[in-house]
Ligand binder design. Structure first.
Ligand code: FAD
Length: 526
């Protein structure tokens, strides 16, 4: 069954509960062989602590958004607790909803958002903006100490396409639109955004902007922050309306200050994005490379020649062996080497020309074309892997991902050192897989997936591995995150990455726009 983007995600699992799947038979045997059998079912029936917000404060909120849009019931608050990282899921599976908000408030439009922030500022109530809830870095787990309470500012009612400019090829979208909802509204105009992160089915436009997300078609469409030409935001001390031209030299680009600000500076209430004509043709294919180095060099050659497919990704030897590109056949693949997926989207002519030119380069560098089957399989399963994580957690397997980026000249070192850090921390029998899925002229991202038998305390087990990997990233001169953002989890390494002056600059902006510190306390700013 295809997942519905409007379905509420299960509080302890990924995605549409109706689309959840068990492990395929082929994988179950392999999982037992590799990790042994452990049943780790989630605790059922857990409830959050009672709402701490006094009635008189709730009354003020009700006056702003209407009584039916201030929700304090356990079920709604449970659904707005934390995000969907493996530690988030492990806590939820253990029945820990102590981070639940005291209330969920659903404003409709910029003015109501601004009024809620003014109310929160006046009453010292912490506010956590909530888009799709797919955050994997603790960005929805704000601190609440020192505040009268904590509310989740759910943008679910803000789902309109506000404007389309087909001459300039821009569209203005409200933040609460989930990926497929935004694409459906644009498709009615023959347009597309082309932003397909793995979380696409549930993540929101506001979330993409607030975390500087990068999608699986970033080679062709660019990362989300590169698509944004304008935005509006409400802060506790006033509103911002940025982006009066496609480019300018009017001082530092304040749009970039809001992009990636993870709800710590303001709530993004609309985003104007560059759009493209919806593709007439889409085709995905596979290539085999003798090694990760050879495939990675080929990616660099393409990027530096300005010859990019729409999708370009390469699994390392371990990931290729597990065939993560096709979750339904995990355990069934035995092809050696490294699998690359190339995808092309556009008019028939654009696709034919780019595909021929890219294929000539890849063949010349030693790649073996595998035809469209591996590519189409990848495309069909591209949003399914997160469901598999739940099935593996049920079997007592710890599964998590992390990502980073570096320059080409440092790619090999970073891959080896992060891999080694994860492997040493998680021990014998753990799996560390990696792929490149975002490529630039000057470098690329590295995305790691790990699997290990769950220890007695899987949270502590993962925390140790995460610290080791994050230390290795910073020691290798790479970034702590290419697209998952900072949240609360990455703050110590983020501080090292931007340095003491960088930290002071962020704190100064925060103090200016949010002097009471009510917006996502403890998130992003070290
Ligand atoms: C299985 C899985 C796969 C993923 N794959 C990818 C991927 O391929 N690429 C990628 O980039 N990321 C990926 N992510 C991470 C996540 O989906 C992205 O960070 C996404 O952009 C978050 O969007 P959201 O709407 O879910 O935001 P939320 O999780 O709701 O919020 C994220 C952060 O932004 C803040 N925020 C949300 N909306 C606003 C707003 N309107 N104004 C201000 N602040 C706001 C929140 O307070 C929070 O700090 C993945 C996550 C999961 C669980």
């Amino acid at each position: 069954m295809r997942p519905s983007p409007t379905a509420e995600m299960h509080p302890q699992r990924w995605g549409d509960p109706a689309a959840a799947t068990d492990l395929p038979e082929s994988a179950l045997g392999l999982v037992e062989l590799a990790f042994g059998r452990q049943d780790r079912p989630a605790t059922s029936g857990a409830t959050p602590p009672a709402s701490a917000l006094p009635a008189r404060l709730l009354e003020g909120l009700r006056e702003i958004v209407g009584p039916e849009h201030v929700l304090v019931d356990d079920a709604t608050r449970t659904l707005r607790t934390r995000g969907k990282s493996t530690p988030d899921l492990l806590r939820a599976r253990a029945g820990d909803f102590t981070d639940a908000p005291d209330a969920v408030v659903r404003p409709d439009g910029h003015v109501e958002v601004a009024d809620v922030l003014a109310w929160a500022h006046e009453h010292r109530v912490a506010v956590v903006p909530f888009g799709g809830g797919t955050c994997v870095t603790g960005g929805l787990a704000a601190r609440r100490d020192g505040f009268a309470g904590l509310v989740s500012l759910d943008l679910v009612r803000m789902k309109r396409l506000l404007a389309v400019d087909e001459v300039s090829m821009t569209a203005t979208l409200q933040p609460g639109l989930r990926g497929p909802e935004a694409e459906a509204l644009l498709a009615a105009h023959g347009l597309t955004l082309g932003h397909y992160p793995q979380s696409y089915l549930h993540a929101s436009i506001g979330g993409f902007a607030a975390t500087r997300s990068s999608g699986q078609s970033s080679a062709g469409y660019g990362r989300f922050d590169a698509m944004v030409v304008g935005l509006t935001a409400a802060t506790p001390t006033g509103s911002l309306d940025l982006g009066s031209s496609p480019a300018n030299a009017a001082g530092p680009d304040l749009r970039q200050l809001l992009l990636g600000s993870e709800g710590a500076f303001g709530v993004i209430t609309s985003v104007t994005v560059r759009v493209r004509r919806a593709p007439e043709v889409t085709t995905y294919e596979g290539w085999r490379w003798p090694s990760f180095d050879a495939g990675s060099d080929a990616m660099r050659t393409l990027a530096q020649a300005g010859l990019m497919p729409t999708v370009l990704r390469l699994s390392d030897e371990s990931e290729t062996a597990i065939n993560l590109a096709d979750p339904s056949s995990i355990g069934g693949a035995d092809d050696p080497g490294c699998l690359m997926i190339t995808g092309y989207e556009g008019t028939a002519e654009q696709v034919a020309v780019t595909r021929a030119a890219v294929s000539t380069v890849l063949e010349g560098l030693g790649g073996t074309g595998l035809g469209t089957e591996p590519g189409e399989k990848w495309s069909r399963g591209r949003f399914d892997a997160p469901y598999l994580r739940d099935a593996l957690l049920d079997q007592g397997v710890l599964v998590e991902t992390l990502e980073t980026a570096t320059f080409w000249s440092n790619r090999r070192r970073l891959h080896a050192e992060v891999r080694e850090a994860l492997q040493s921390s998680l021990g014998d029998g753990s799996l560390v897989l990696c792929h490149i899925s975002h490529v630039y002229e000057t470098g690329c991202s590295l995305y790691f997936t790990v699997a290990a038998r769950q220890a007695e305390d899987p949270l502590a087990q993962w925390q140790a591995a995460k610290v080791a990997a994050s230390d290795a990233m910073i020691a290798a001169g790479a970034t702590i995150t290419h697209h998952h953002a900072v949240g609360t989890d990455h703050k110590p390494w983020f501080a090292q990455e931007i340095g003491e002056v960088g930290v002071r600059m962020l704190r100064a902006v925060k103090a200016e726009v949010d002097p009471a510190g009510i917006l996502n306390p403890g998130v992003l700013i070290p």
